[in-house]
Each structure stands twice: as C-alpha cells, then as structure tokens.
Design a protein around this ligand. Structure first.
Ligand SMILES: NC(=O)c1ccc[n+]([C@@H]2O[C@H](COP(=O)([O-])OP(=O)(O)OC[C@H]3O[C@@H](n4cnc5c(N)ncnc54)[C@H](OP(=O)(O)O)[C@@H]3O)[C@@H](O)[C@H]2O)c1
Length: 247
C-alpha cells in the first residue's frame, strides 16, 4: 500500500459529485490524501472508482455521512475522520427556493438545518483533529447578495454562512476559514430538473450574466484550491459567479 505520510489530508464533506467531486480530483492530482463523503456507500464507491481511475497514483478514501443528522454526524466525524489539514463543506442544501409568500417554516428550517447547522456542527466535531495551520472552506452561493425575487430562503442560508466565515476566521486563527460563493454551476444537482425546464432556466439566467454562461464545477474547485493553498487568505468570500454579484 502506498504511504500517505507526506500528503496533506483533505476531508471533503459531500463530494461524491458536483463541485466537491471536481475538487477531489484536483486535490488528488496535487498529491493530497483526499477523503470524500456522501450519504450512501454506492455513491461513495462510484466516486472512488472514478477518482482512482482518473488518478491511479492518487490516494482516496471515503465514508458515509449525512450532514442533516447532526448527532450522528458529530459522532462519526469525531470518531472516524482522523487528523486533517483541510476541511471543505460541499454538501448541497435542500433548496428553499420560491416566493417568500409561500416559503414554509419547514423548508427554511430544512435548508438552514443542512447547510448552516449541518456545516457548523461538522466543523465543531472536526476541531480537535484539524491541524494548527489547517483550513476550513465553506461553499456558499451568490444568492446571498445577488438580490433576486424568490431567493429569500437561499439568501438566508448562504448569507448566514458568509457571516460565520468572518467570525470563525477570527476565532479559529491561525487556522484559516474562507467561503466560495458559486453562481449557477453545471453540476449533477441540476440533473434532477427535467431537461427542457433546465435548459430554459439556464438560458434565461445566463442571458443576464456578464459572462453569459454557467460556471463549471472545476472553476469553483480552482477557487477552493486557491484559498487552501494561500496562507494569507482568511475570512474571505470569493465569488465564482460569472459576474452575477454585479447585479
Ligand atoms: N450548482 C449550482 O448551481 C450551485 C450554485 C450556488 C451554490 N451552490 C452550492 O455549492 C455546493 C455544492 O453544490 P453542487 O451543485 O456541487 O451539488 P451536487 O452536485 O448536488 O452535489 C452535492 C454533494 O452533496 C452530497 N450531499 C447531499 N446531501 C447531503 C447531506 N445531507 N449530507 C451529506 N452530503 C450530502 C451529495 O452526495 P450524496 O448524494 O452521495 O449524498 C453530493 O456529493 C452546495 O452548497 C450548493 O448549495 C451550487
């Protein structure tokens, strides 16, 4: 078995597909030992197969974790994850999209429970295992500031994460804490939407962006790799949104 002692260990929570998976591929290439999590063994096995065939020299493993189950997640992380250098929170939230008038307390609680409470709960569980010079990176979303009708629920979720990024960067220093705010990004997340609806959504949305296209998961992964590697970046929010935040 190949030694991993010289490798940095990156733990990517919610990385069997999408931006997290693109990051796993990238960090694997950069000789990190990469641990990915997902909610089922099947999705983890599939992700590990793809990662190992893309990078036979890479070092990858994975385990099951549901960030919504706060007690279990805390326990599993505290017991299983081992020492890490970089913790990245990439698990996708239950979307609380839609007009404010019809936004239910339940939908809002589910979105906040997954992406705010779930992410913070995971960071807290991992603190004893996080290297003194380690990093925490959240994936937020441009909807936090790019005001848009129908986005109150998602703005609340991603805005809360941006606020805690600054507080945590202060509190956890010299560990570094940052957030990447993607705009519309072509990940598997969107594959649950019927194709015609998805194409119409992407077309009308990207027509209003300065860069006139959706982002690639690799572009968000690049930004995460940057904040992980740059030792002087902390408490920062990096927009990877094709200019959406410009209004
Ligand atoms: N794609 C976009 O347009 C976009 C735009 C703005 C912001 N974002 C943000 O970027 C992040 C990543 O999005 P994405 O598009 O890459 O998502 P994605 O393609 O849906 O992938 C999400 C990952 O999260 C895992 N996951 C889902 N629910 C989970 C849970 N309860 N506990 C643990 N893991 C869970 C999934 O793994 P399993 O299915 O194996 O559990 C999967 O690996 C999210 O925070 C999202 O809000 C995305």
């Amino acid at each position: 078995m190949q030694s991993t002692s010289h490798r940095q260990h990156s733990l990517l929570l919610g990385a069997t597909q999408g931006i997290g998976f693109a990051l796993a591929r990238r960090l694997g290439r950069k000789h990190h030992h990469v641990t990915v999590t997902g909610r089922s063994q099947a999705s983890i096995d599939q992700a590990l197969l793809r990662l190992r065939s893309a990078h036979p020299e890479g070092s990858f493993d994975g385990f099951i974790l549901d960030l919504k189950d706060h007690q279990a997640a805390h326990h599993i992380l505290a017991a299983t994850a081992g020492p890490i250098d970089h913790l990245v929170l990439c698990g996708s939230s239950e979307a609380a999209w839609g007009p404010f008038e019809s936004l239910t307390a339940d939908a809002l609680e589910r979105a906040l429970g997954m992406k705010v409470v779930g992410y913070l709960n995971a960071v807290q569980a991992m603190l004893p295992h996080l290297a003194p010079q380690g990093t925490v990176t959240f994936i937020g979303g441009a909807a936090s500031r790019a005001a848009m009708a129908g986005s109150v629920g998602i703005a609340a979720t991603n805005g809360a994460l941006e606020a805690v990024t600054r507080s945590l960067a202060r509190e956890l220093a010299p560990r570094r804490v940052n957030l990447i705010a993607p705009g519309l990004t072509s990940t598997e997340f969107w594959e649950t939407m019927p194709e015609a609806e998805r194409e119409a959504h992407f077309a009308s949305f990207t027509a209003r962006l300065p860069l006139r296209r959706a982002g690639l998961p690799e572009e968000s992964a690049d930004a995460i790799a940057f904040v992980i590697a740059n030792g002087y970046v902390t408490g920062s929010v990096i927009d990877v949104d094709g200019g959406w935040h410009l209004g």
